[in-house]
Design a protein around this ligand. Structure first.
Ligand code: ARG
Length: 284
């Protein structure tokens, strides 16, 4: 009699769903101040290359069948390209951002004006001005019907309550402890409504336990992949757009049935941003 070893469980069929994103062309992008450890004002930025890299990210989304809305970049706001920080949009309702650093303060009202125009044009249902300091989807990530919320560097704990009250969804606070991973979206990627990938070293001990409880099957990223901002990724449930430098993470995603799509955003990395930072999801 031949006894066959059990086959490994097949990874589930991953299903992509169409998304609508908001992006901001990096026309005024530069590194003229340093508000995170990635930024060094002595390192020059190639603006032409930044524009080209950003354009290929936009084209990638379009080729995957997603819609991309654009907000006009404003002079003097070099980080405005990082649209994820401009707000949080769930169920057609937007909560604007209130930035921590004075260098980015004016971005809050700029994104707010876009949300208000989107309400007038029927693209969104509601736009709310925030009370507490929050950096939008940089620190708030929606996983199914739960919102994960980072704190420690940028977003204030009071904003977690504000988000929970506004959207009526449970908000789970997570403490970030490594300055390289100053926003939640630099340390954790949402892959679908129940699956996340994260780098444990970016979180406090207690928050690590919370993540382990909530997502026992999570993809755990290595420090190497996290340190090229590989977790700053955008997934449509099947395709995961991420830095092409995060090769270990891409392999792991493939094993789990996802399709990694590598992009090069080396210029934007000089400001501490990658794929997700450039992308705000407009959930209807
Ligand atoms: N230079 C920007 C900052 O430090 C980068 C923002 C990146 N955005 C993000 N969603 N993580 O604020």
């Amino acid at each position: 009699m031949t006894v066959f070893a059990p086959l490994p469980a097949p990874s589930p069929e991953r299903v992509a769903t169409g998304r609508r994103y908001l992006m901001c062309r990096p026309e005024h992008f530069t590194v003229s101040y340093a508000i995170n450890p990635w930024m060094n004002t002595a390192v020059p930025v190639d603006l032409g290359l930044a524009l080209h890299q950003w354009e290929s990210l936009r084209r990638t989304y379009l080729e995957l069948g997603h819609e991309v809305e654009l907000i006009d970049p404003e002079p003097g706001l070099p980080d405005m390209v990082f649209a994820a920080n401009g707000g949080l949009v769930v169920g057609g309702r937007a909560l604007g951002a209130r930035f921590t650093h004075p260098e980015r303060h004016a971005e809050g009202p700029a994104y707010q004006r876009w949300f208000e125009r989107a309400v007038r044009s029927g693209l969104l249902r509601q736009a709310t001005v925030p009370l507490a300091t929050n950096e939008g989807e940089g620190d708030f990530l929606v996983v199914g019907e739960t919102i994960l919320a980072g704190h420690g560097f940028r977003t204030d704990l009071a904003a977690h309550t504000e988000v929970q009250e506004l959207f009526g969804l449970p908000v789970i606070g997570l403490a970030l402890v490594d300055p390289r991973f100053y926003h939640l979206d630099t340390a954790l990627a949402v892959l679908d409504d129940t699956t996340v990938a994260y780098y444990p070293g970016a979180f406090s001990e207690g928050s690590r336990q919370v993540l382990q409880r909530l997502f026992p099957d999570a993809v755990l990223a290595s420090e190497e992949d996290a340190a090229v901002l590989g977790l700053n990724a955008v997934s449509d449930g099947r395709h995961v757009v991420l830095s092409e430098r995060a090769t270990g993470l891409a392999d792991e995603l493939r094993l789990r049935g996802f399709e990694p799509v590598g992009v090069d955003l080396s210029e934007l990395l000089k400001a501490g941003g990658s794929v997700k930072c450039c992308t705000l999801e407009l959930r209807s």
